[in-house]
Design a protein around this ligand. Structure first.
Ligand SMILES: Cc1ncc(COP(=O)(O)O)c(C=O)c1O
Length: 447
């Protein structure tokens, strides 16, 4: 933050610093989402166009964060802007249904054989919560199983163990159900069974201990916080088989990973989940969530049933602005666009790996589909415990993030990147060159 620091030494505050002083007076921490925080203060956006974002100081950066992997076509895509503008002129939300909801549901269900029916909600958190409640309603069972460290949003049950640390995560054979928020009811923790990622033996042993009580196993096929390493085929097959043998459901969280294939990361595997939570990119830049899956299970939400097992509603669910933006975004993200984007991300991962090799530092790059994550570790971490960032690794990662930011590149704060379809090899070459400079800087500090 060379530019920022030099401003801070003068008596005049930058526009962002001034805005943050106002924000601190009225919002806890001065914001509504912690992701925007930076030291000494967040930067405020002025505008975005394509894969570039300009802040209120007039500094432009290439955007590899894409609003936490949610903008698949970058900023202000002309076709989305035009469609949304037309819809906004007709109204933004009604106590009536709109046709665009049906058209969009048809589009999304057409992308995967596992999506027989679907419903829209307003966030990924709500999508995961609705999947878990649907699984409970369908099976009549209280517990859910989830992978240690995986992020699935803020629902009490889904967030268990997300922030587990060596001091409280317990034995590998039996990971502890660690609360995230103070005051989480003990009963919520008791109803969450935590399994290690990509470890069939331990996961199945743990699941067996709760066989009659589990409504579902929740898994993200490319869990960002667990290290952004894809789930092994054997792991997914074992979880699927276990759920078949024990009358439980397999639920995927594809809120991020859906971008990996036309029909989501689930196409990597031979088996299909019973339910899938969606979000982020399917909103075309607007707040969204959705759940899709087997008709028989989705029908627990059917208000026309004699007994409605899971009454489900939401004031802004399926609002026509989100539906319009999402429909255009997903029509544009066709098979060819997905493949092109994945190839570009493969190129990015190989260029970063090459920069690491040239700089000769103990770092690595993981990822899949159109995502990558840089770790200050020699090997890609196979699970949450291996991915856990030590204080020293955190310092080096932040050094790299600052170097990237100062040199015109925005990343997700775990040093992860999510590509958008408006990027080209030019932006990837800039990224890898700037990364090489960052790795060399780190090497100097290490010696
Ligand atoms: C895998 C995953 N699931 C769920 C969520 C929650 O989505 P939202 O922030 O839209 O509530 C996120 C958000 O980052 C996510 O990455």
């Amino acid at each position: 933050m060379a530019q920022e620091n030099s401003r801070n030494h003068s008596t005049e505050l930058s526009k962002s610093a001034e805005l943050y002083q106002r924000a601190l007076k009225i919002m806890p921490g001065g914001c509504s989402r912690n992701t925007v925080l930076r030291k000494p203060h967040p930067l405020y956006a002025e505008r975005g166009e394509g894969c570039y974002v300009t802040d209120v100081e007039g500094v432009e950066r290439i955007d590899f964060a894409n609003n936490m992997a949610s903008l698949i076509h970058g900023h202000a895509h002309p076709e989305i802007v035009s469609a949304v503008t037309q819809q906004m002129q007709k109204g933004t939300a009604f106590t009536l249904a709109t046709e665009v909801e049906i058209r969009y549901a048809e589009q999304l269900c057409g992308r995967s054989s596992g999506f027989e029916k679907m419903r829209f909600v307003n966030s990924g958190t709500e999508a995961v919560m609705s999947c878990l409640k649907a699984a409970r309603a369908y099976t009549g069972r209280p517990k859910i199983a989830k992978v240690e460290g995986a992020y699935h949003g803020l629902y009490d049950y889904a967030e268990v163990s997300r922030t587990a640390k060596p001091a409280n995560w317990g034995e590998l054979e039996k990971p502890a159900s660690v609360a995230v928020a103070h005051g989480t009811p003990a009963s919520a923790l008791e109803d969450v069974v935590v399994i290690p990622f990509n470890d069939v033996e331990h996961a199945i042993t743990i699941l067996d201990q709760h066989a009659d009580e589990l409504a579902c196993v929740l898994v993200d096929p490319l869990p960002h916080r667990v290290g952004l390493v894809p789930a092994d085929k054997q792991f997914v097959s074992a979880l699927h088989q276990w759920t078949r043998d024990n009358s439980a459901l397999l639920v995927y969280d594809e809120v991020i990973s859906f971008r990996s294939n036309y029909g989501g990361a689930q196409e990597w595997y031979d088996v299909r989940p019973d339910l899938t939570a969606l979000g982020k990119m399917i909103g075309g830049g607007f707040p969204v969530g959705a759940l899709a899956g087997r008709a028989e299970i989705m029908d627990v939400m059917n208000p026309l049933a004699e007994k409605v097992l899971f009454p489900h509603s939401g004031t802004f669910s399926a609002n026509p602005v989100t539906m319009t933006a999402g429909l255009v975004a997903m029509e544009l993200f066709d098979e060819a666009a997905v493949q092109k984007l994945n190839e570009l991300a493969g190129y990015a991962r190989s260029q970063i790996a090459e920069a690491i090799r040239i700089a000769d530092i103990p770092a690595c790059v993981s990822g899949g589909g159109s995502m990558f994550r840089v770790h200050m570790k020699a090997e890609a971490p196979p699970n949450y415990r291996a991915a856990f960032v030590s204080p020293r690794e955190l310092k080096l990662t932040n050094m790299l993030l600052d170097h990237l930011f100062d040199n015109g590149i925005m990343m997700i704060n775990t040093c992860s990147g999510a590509l958008s379809t408006v990027m080209t090899a030019k932006e990837i070459d800039i990224l890898s060159e700037v990364m090489l400079g960052g790795f060399r800087k780190i090497k100097t500090r290490m010696s």
